[in-house]
Ligand binder design. Structure first.
Ligand code: SF4
Length: 350
């Protein structure tokens, strides 16, 4: 499909660009009153069919109006861990800074969908200074993680003083950005941005991407530019029904990432965000998919399958497990499902 070189932000533009039908317009308008819409030119170009793995992630649907009882406005429980505006401090040695609530695209399954979108924009200069002060005064913080919204929507000129302030904090030894920009808006990965991200404190980037169909030539160039700039690259993927809930899609994505210098880091089980039940799989499905990758696909392509426990109780790996222990005896499953005994501990083991 040929589409215009502009970001789509309204139901009427979706109709104009033939991404929805006239019959969908009323429902999609209702969805858009609750949840922001944005599809960048790069992602419009990657949509081949409206119901394909890219279209399903970004084109609003009336299914988002259905909320199930277990769904929550704050599915991973950020709010109770917010000591100052813009910070989530859940784990002792690391915290999140959410400098802005805008994203280049709005994913229809987003776990922060109640708070991202136009409106709040960016932390003010005073709010950012208060967030930096919090980091300075908490010497246990080893890692600062920028998330959002999408922190790489911030211009290099505005990022530079924020990063310089963190670079000057002795106890902060690493900085991480979680972003969709390199894939969905790759033109933003400029030499100036790479230079801004290059300083004494190492900056890691975790790229959010869910299907290899998202990763066009311009995204590959952006990833190469970051990698050539010395920035280590990881990825995070959300397991999504109808997008990547099959072994072929996951294998294709993880191989593509590694081939583009990105180590698959997390496969997230879908969070209980409101209006997203049509995207969620069962945990058993996720475990089965992970099991199908193990053994047949290089270890470099294996992410950790994780769940953010609702209520803010943290993120944990959720299998599959290969070891069963009965008393002191272990049974280990190999990648193809065969069981093997592993000897119990002897007095010589340490
Ligand atoms: S880019 Fe991230 S924060 Fe923004 S809508 Fe997508 S999942 Fe949510």
């Amino acid at each position: 499909m040929t589409r215009k070189n502009r970001t789509i932000r309204t139901p009427d533009s979706l109709l104009e660009e033939k991404l929805i039908d006239q019959d969908d317009l009323t429902g999609v308008r209702e969805v858009a009153e609750h949840y922001a819409v944005s599809i960048t030119p790069a992602m419009q170009q990657r949509i081949v069919d409206l119901d394909d793995p890219v279209g399903r992630q970004f084109i609003p649907s009336e299914a988002e109006l259905i909320t199930t009882p277990e769904e929550r406005a704050d599915p991973i429980g950020d709010d109770p861990y917010t000591p100052v505006k813009g910070i989530t401090h859940r784990y002792p040695d690391r915290l999140l800074i959410k400098p802005m609530h805008l994203c280049p695209v709005y994913c229809r399954f987003c776990f922060r969908r109640e708070v991202v979108g136009p409106g709040e924009g960016m932390l003010s200069a005073d709010e950012m200074e208060a967030a930096l002060d919090y980091v300075r005064s908490h010497t246990e913080i080893w890692e600062v993680i920028f998330t959002g919204g999408d922190p790489l929507l911030i211009s290099p000129a505005r990022l530079r003083p924020i990063l310089a302030a963190l670079d000057a904090v002795d106890h902060v030894r690493t900085i991480r950005f979680h972003t969709r920009v390199p894939v969905v808006d790759p033109g933003r990965i400029t030499d100036e941005l790479v230079e801004t991200l290059t300083m004494d404190t190492p900056v890691w980037i975790v790229v959010h991407t869910n299907h290899q169909q998202e990763i066009g030539e311009d995204a590959r160039v952006a990833l190469r530019r970051l990698s050539d700039g010395g920035i280590p690259l990881l990825s995070q993927t959300v397991l999504l029904k109808g997008v990547n809930d099959n072994a072929e899609a996951l294998e294709g994505l993880f191989r593509t990432l590694v081939a583009n210098r990105v180590k698959p880091y997390y496969l997230h089980h879908g969070d209980l965000a409101q209006g997203t039940s049509h995207f969620r799989t069962s945990i058993e499905t996720g475990q089965e998919l992970m099991r199908s990758l193990r053994g047949d696909v290089s270890g470099t392509c294996q992410p950790l399958y994780v769940l953010d426990i609702p209520g803010g109780h943290g993120k944990v790996p959720i299998g599959p497990t290969y070891l069963r222990t009965d008393g002191e005896a272990h049974q280990v499953s190999d990648p193809w499902g065969e069981q093997h005994a592993y000897p119990p501990r002897t007095s010589d083991d340490t």
